[in-house]
Design a protein around this ligand. Sequence first.
Ligand code: TYD
Length: 226
Amino acid sequence: MNDITEELQRLAGKFVVFDGPDGCGKTTQMKLLIAKLEEAGVKIRRLREPGGTPIGEQVRELLLSTKNEGMNVRCEMLLYMASRAQLVQQEIRPALAAGECVVADRFASSTLAYQGGGGGMKVKDILEVAKIAVDGTWPDLTVLFDLDTDVAMGRLNWLNALPMFADMAVKDRIEQRARDYFERVRENYRWQAKQWPQRYRIVDAGQGIPQVEKQVMKVLRDFFAK
Ligand code: TYD
């Protein structure tokens, strides 16, 4: 067995979250990591938020539909948490108990950044609800993909302008918000990484895909080193 395989196998039974602003490339990086984990023989439960369960997917539709423009930030926060509560009980806990590696696209860190940083809710209030929703199941590690707001928004706008994506790449309710909202989201993510240095690692998502992948691998190897 080579070193990398052995190192990746240490992720069995661990809960890892990939998070960051829209357009940061975390979903691409998740796919790359999962391919590596599968190669190393690690069983994986890949999840996305909001959603990841049939109930959560229905909540996702409510949250992201542009029909729901009038949604209040408190209602928004509670719906994200409701979807998360279902995900924790139905997917995350059983997977961890079975020794699988749970890799989640977003978690409570997104609610802190978007509804807290972006939407202006108090961190303390969000954390109180998060405690109820996650019921003690916090990620072992949150990998934060940090990216300049203009670059992130540029990536989204570019995708939306491509004719081949004309039918699907329309921005959702959250993605339609203004630049200063996303700047506050980014600042909140960076604040979280400073606040909980033992559970967060930042990667520079402004680099090319292979370079970001290298950073992610280094973070995981170092974090889960013996
Ligand atoms: P999605 O299409 O899944 O975006 P991405 O691929 O970037 O993860 O949509 C999720 C949107 O919901 C995204 O704009 C971030 C937002 N969001 C919150 O505002 N709060 C949350 O707690 C979560 C999980 C997501």
